[in-house]
Design a protein around this ligand. Structure first.
Ligand SMILES: [Zn+2]
Ligand SMILES: [Zn+2]
Length: 136
């Protein structure tokens, strides 16, 4: 695997002959699926070369452009997956910090509530880490 900085100032990587942006690859590993065309990866701290998973969030193209245009770099929405059915949903990051387990609707919540690690600190910490949310 080779890695270099491209003309836009991002890391490119080559895996099995295929060239891709490292931050997109890293977040794909994190969420376990390929990113869709309209999903953009945003560097939370503004450093394009800081590709630690916790520095990356997925935003829709529209929201991503809006954040950069307003100069507001702290994203408030991010994608996550429904704990029960795995559907990709958009949630407020603030809400995810309060309740790290996301469900896409009441039905999934009813069926999947038992999958949530409950109210024990360890379980919540683990769920937050998997979402890339800093534990405070
Ligand atoms: Zn961005
Ligand atoms: Zn669901």
């Amino acid at each position: 695997m080779s890695k270099w900085i491209n003309d836009d100032g991002y890391y490119n990587i080559r895996i099995n002959g295929r060239v891709m942006l490292e931050h997109r690859h890293i977040i794909e590993q994190k969420i376990g699926r390929e990113l869709k065309e309209k999903e953009r990866v945003h560097h939370i701290n503004g450093d394009k070369l800081d590709n630690r998973p916790e520095n990356l969030v997925i935003l829709s193209n529209r929201r991503h452009t809006a954040y950069h245009n307003t100069g507001k770099l702290e994203p408030i929405w991010a994608f996550t997956t429904c704990l029960y059915c795995g559907k990709v949903i958009e949630r407020r990051i603030k809400k995810m910090k309060e309740r790290p387990h996301s469900f896409c609707n009441r039905e999934c919540y009813r069926l999947g509530a038992h999958l949530a690690p409950g109210n024990n600190r360890k379980g919540i910490k683990k769920a937050k880490t998997s979402l890339g949310i800093k534990n405070d």
